[in-house]
Design a protein around this ligand. Structure first.
Ligand SMILES: Cc1ncc(COP(=O)(O)O)c(C=O)c1O
Length: 397
């Protein structure tokens, strides 16, 4: 039987593979420490959980409008005005089953076969696959660690062709933690204007910031940037709500209504109860975010210092999100217990075998001389896990 050629091009998620492997080892009673987590290790705040219970008991358990309930759209509009200085009306907002579905919808809505989408590398694993699913072509633009993994206009210019349709911007960034400044965003907005590109601005880590750089939405920089940007955001990371599956997008009515049509035939509305809970997340008290950031910052500081004290490993100090990209370049083509470490997958596999530590190989993000560690895990795990990593690197020769 000939199955879909398009589906066969889609890779499995290496991040999920490594998590599954670590979970299996744990289930077998092995003491594994996981640095793969892509979600806060905190519980969803109480006021949000209670709003969900109220929604269930109040019978808010039926289909809603496919693009989301008006109460949530209004809360999103208020949030975007207050935090991001952006003005929208409800027809410019769609609520989806996670930011991931917003991204899937937007690529389906804007791309024609062969259209190219510029994606900075290292990149979040799903961007290229979502572009391919929408018949587009991902074009990777390498960023350099010595430029804090920021895209430069020179590099972007080298990648532009007559088929370039859009650029994906992700600040704060997964996996690098990089946060773009206003000046840097202005340059990218100019580049998009000159080349008439749609900007997909994934701002899902907006609230998780630890450095001096504030989060700025590129859409807020000018009238032109506002018109050509689709802002993607959601409640998953800021409110520890990954399992609730609520994300949203804001942009011009034409694109948003195409996204809504697509969504109405694929999944219909996102979960009704989670939508009511998200109204509370956005409108209710925001104190829990502050507490989460304090913990993440302590862990980041410990992790960065420890990694840079380990011989042959190094990392930058990320300013946002909850990941650290660790440079393993000096350890490639060396051996551990007679096994040669040829790439980031070997490094991660051998580390799991030898020391029972699960990390994500950088190749998953298009950066084979790195591994990614998440600090969305307890300080105890971080200390213990990094001690094991130090021991592992000591045995490499
Ligand atoms: C950069 C980035 N964008 C989007 C998402 C998807 O978030 P959601 O859980 O809202 O689908 C993630 C989740 O890991 C992410 O890291």
């Amino acid at each position: 039987m000939v199955l879909s050629k398009k589906a066969k091009q889609i890779s499995t998620s290496l991040t999920l593979d490594i998590t599954a492997k670590a979970k299996k080892m744990k289930a077998e009673g092995i003491d594994v420490i996981g640095f793969g987590a892509g979600e806060p290790d905190f519980n969803t705040p109480k006021n949000i959980r209670e709003a969900a219970i109220k929604a269930i008991n109040g019978g808010m358990t039926k289909y809603t409008a496919a693009s989301g309930i008006i109460e949530l759209k209004q809360s999103i509009i208020r949030k975007l005005a207050k935090d991001n200085n952006l003005t929208y009306v409800p027809s410019q907002i769609i609520v989806s089953t996670g930011a991931k579905q917003c991204l899937a919808n937007v690529f389906q809505a804007i791309l024609n076969p062969g259209d190219e989408v510029l994606i900075g590398a290292p990149y979040w694993v799903s961007y290229p696959e979502l572009v391919k699913l929408a018949d587009g072509k991902p074009v990777y633009v390498e960023s350099r660690e010595d430029n804090q993994f920021k895209l430069t206009i020179d590099d972007l210019n080298k990648s532009i062709t007559s088929k370039s349709k859009a650029i994906v911007l992700n600040s704060p960034n997964n996996p690098t933690g990089t946060v773009y400044s206003r000046e840097e965003l202005m340059k990218i907005a100019d580049f998009a204007k000159i080349n008439d590109l749609i900007i997909i601005s994934d701002e899902i880590y907006e609230k998780l910031l630890y450095g001096s750089t504030a989060h700025i939405s590129i859409a807020s920089l000018s009238e032109d940037a506002y018109i050509r940007t689709i802002v993607i955001n959601g409640v998953s990371k800021a409110y520890a709500m990954t399992g609730w599956r609520i994300g949203y997008a804001a942009g011009c009515t034409e694109v948003i209504s195409l996204m809504s049509n697509i969504q109405s035939h694929t999944t219909s509305n996102p979960n009704s109860i989670a939508q009511y809970a998200s109204v509370e997340a956005l409108n209710g008290e925001q104190e829990d975010i502050g507490e989460m950031i304090v913990q993440f910052k302590l862990r980041r500081d410990y992790m960065v210092e420890k990694i840079n004290s380990i011989h042959n490993l190094s990392c930058l100090k990320p300013e946002g999100a909850f990941y650290v990209m660790v440079n393993i370049d000096d350890l490639l083509n060396k051996s551990v217990n007679g096994k040669v470490i040829k790439n980031s997958i070997d490094f991660s596999d051998f580390l799991l075998e030898e020391e029972k530590v699960a990390v994500v190989p950088g190749i998953a993000f298009g950066a084979d001389n790195f591994i990614r560690l998440s600090y969305a895990t307890s300080m105890e795990n971080i200390k213990n896990g990094l001690d094991r990593i130090a021991r592992f690197t000591n045995n490499i020769c």
